[in-house]
Design a protein around this ligand. Structure first.
Ligand code: IDP
Ligand code: MG
Length: 154
């Protein structure tokens, strides 16, 4: 099944919104397969945000992402990358839809609470970047029969 990486950023940790973020993804029906707290260093951030390293906002983004620990999560579900991006909302929280995490809980683009993988390929590679095989868990979720049709659960 598809995987996506979620980072509860330093603002989510500082504002006490880790639980809210986890709850929203759990309530969607997704499966949590990895979870840990970590401090992200410059090298890890430069790899993770490689597409943004040359941009004006990168220095501020890196400084912010190092400002406190983050909570890293790997989630699994049918076409979960796209559905999680919808739940997370637009990068600029002022334009994010009501009901989305950013739309409901954030204002500043540089303080938008959460990272979510943006494609199936980046979901796979970002989960592998932050989690070893031993840190990822394969298990049956009993409620799946109530969340998926048979073909979607494969
Ligand atoms: P995403 O997190 O919605 O995928 P990206 O465009 O990949 O958004 O940007 C990565 C992160 O960089 C954003 O979540 C945000 O924290 C930060 N960022 C993006 N654009 C800006 C900006 O214009 N000003 C400040 N920070 C920005
Ligand atoms: Mg992105």
């Amino acid at each position: 099944m598809e995987r996506t990486l979620i980072i509860a950023k330093p603002d989510a940790v500082q504002r006490g919104l880790i639980g809210t973020i986890i709850t929203r993804l759990e309530q969607k029906g997704l499966k949590l397969i990895g979870l840990k707290m970590a401090g992200l260093d410059k090298a890890v951030l430069r790899t993770h945000y490689a597409e943004h390293v040359e941009k004006d906002f990168y220095a501020g983004l890196e400084q912010f992402m190092k400002s406190s620990p983050v909570v890293l999560m790997a989630w699994e579900g049918f076409e979960c990358v796209e559905s999680v991006r919808t739940l997370v909302g637009a990068t600029n929280p002022r334009q994010a839809s009501p009901g989305s995490i950013r739309g409901d809980l954030a204002i500043g683009t540089g303080r938008n609470l959460i990272h979510a993988s943006d494609s199936k390929a980046s979901g796979q590679s970002e989960v592998s970047h932050f989690f070893s095989d031993a840190e990822l868990f394969a298990y049956d979720k009993s409620e799946y029969v109530h969340i998926y049709e048979d073909g979607e659960r494969a």
